[in-house]
Ligand binder design. Sequence first.
Ligand code: WT7
Length: 650
Amino acid sequence: MKEDRRFTPSAEFSKRARVRSHAEYRTMHQLSLDEPETFWREHTTDLVFRTPWKTFLEWSLPKARFFGGATLNLTETCLDRHLATEARTRAAIVFEGEPGDVRTLTYFELHREVVRLTAALADLGVVAGDRVAIYMGMVPEAAVAMLACARLGATHSVVFGGFSSDALRDRINDSGAKVLLTQDGAWRRGNVVPLKKMADDAVAQAPSIEKVVVLRRLGAGHTPVQMKEGKDIWWDDLLSRTASEASAKLARTPPAFDAEHPLFILYTSGSTGKPKGVLHTTAGYLAGVHITSKFVFDLREGDLYWCTADVGWVTGHSYLVYGPLSCGATVMMYEGAPNFPDWGRFWNIIEKHGVTILYTAPTAIRAFIRAGDDWPAKSDLSSLRLLGSVGEPINPEAWTWYHRVIGGGRCPIVDTWWQTETGAIMLTTLPGACYSKPGATGLPSFGVDIAVVKDDGSECSANEGGKLVVKRPWPSMARTLYKDDARYAESYWSQLPGVYFTGDGARRDEDGYFWVTGRIDDVLNVAGHRIGTAEIESALVSHPAVAEAAAVGKPDDLKGQALVVFVTLKAGQTADKLLKEKLTEHIDREIGKFARPDSIRFTDALPKTRSGKIMRRLLKEIASGAAETKGDTSTLEDLGVLAKLRADEE
Ligand code: WT7
């Protein structure tokens, strides 16, 4: 579809913005590439360094060292520095629980809670360099937990609360975490997600875990959780103990760490079965999320900024916690689902608290469109001044609805493209400086040298589709995959010589705007969740009834992509509805409910090349209901398989 409408920010918005014109953006971006030292020197003055950095970058592909010579404790930028300003009494987090309970933590209070937990973790024996797993819902303590780890120099590994206990166990075992922070349960659509129960199942097979710290979230009247003597400890009990003098001192005046000290591991899906433990380090990550929060979200005093992403995903790390807090912003945090108790919940929260900036995902926007305009119409949304989108391509229809119905036609929209691995926003428009085009993610962030290339590495011409690559390292990029340098080099820096391969396809138009079309590797994006087809397949074949499985995506109006799996069974198994249910439950258990296939199709055989590779391309066409095969089938082993699969269509 050709979409060439342009939406220019209002003069009023631009006047107040930090970057006010396209020309100014271009000059800054050019400087960030030509003279990175000068650019980053100027833009890291808000970061608290104990020892200033000497070298911007030492690069020996694929190993990067940014801000060499610097030492810092990242939490001083996010917390301590604000205590010396009027931000001390400003709300850092405004929390709304799903049951409707509201809590506000000022910067002073957030700092206090982080210091207390830091001391408590130190008393539990956690030291810098240890890994700590966090399996929590959307409660302020999840942010406290992340920040306390950072303050102590422990590497956190947040595992999304929607993951199953098996998935949690695998992630804990890969990282070798010593302590697990969790909660009795979390609220989701009026139901309790039994996090502690699932954590128990995981910990039973995770020998590295010495202590489990459990936050009370549910209150009286709920099924009590089992607390294991000597291992499990209530969060409030832990904090009410008097910390040892040494730990209290350490927490109050925390040590400084090297710029490249590991900050967190976040597992994400790749094109092979095992999840990737993406590792981010301290100074470069902080610099990246700080300047993008400041320039892309235009954060300023008086804003109430709401990023709806879960802390379990990178968006929650970078734009719910680290980025906005590094700017001293007030962050809205909501525990529950967008449609509970009804589809008006988001709009109600915006009116009730006066949210000024909303950052959410296209899949949510499409669901809101489906629910109808009456819901947002019930609330006063006039406090909003800026909207953001992230996670998948936003279709122009959803964009214009978001702009018109939610933004009242007055709010610029920033469509931000980035990845778990990039740490921070890579493509976007700056809201006061550049017009936006519905469906285009816009222009490169500062310090980002990005291009669309052909298979031979040469750049595509305007509007020609190709592979999206980053041509030089940038501060917030992942440094490696945890304990797997080889896979890091192989996945990102070896596909095309000398450049970082994103896994996405894109084109750049005649105005230099990027249009990201989606993954071109074996990774799916289902309702904004990144799902590896190989992960689904290996989960399925681990079921005793399954011989072979192939997972593919099919276009879906609501989810962007829907997950379709083709399954062949072992001899003697019956392909029936009951087995479909069993396989669905099996995925719930192996990965989590969010990875449930939208459709399971039993087949006698899968289309394969003569060398035995499953031809996913053909399956994709069949899943999408294509009547004929467009692609080349010359390597297909048995054409009969295709005809049969079509005939079996649901
Ligand atoms: C993949 C990364 C970091 C944001 C949360 C997802 C897709 C992300 C956009 C966008 C088109 C997008 C890409 C990317 N994606 N944002 N604005 N437009 N596609 O992080 O789970 O690491 O997934 O999400 O395909 O590679 P993630």
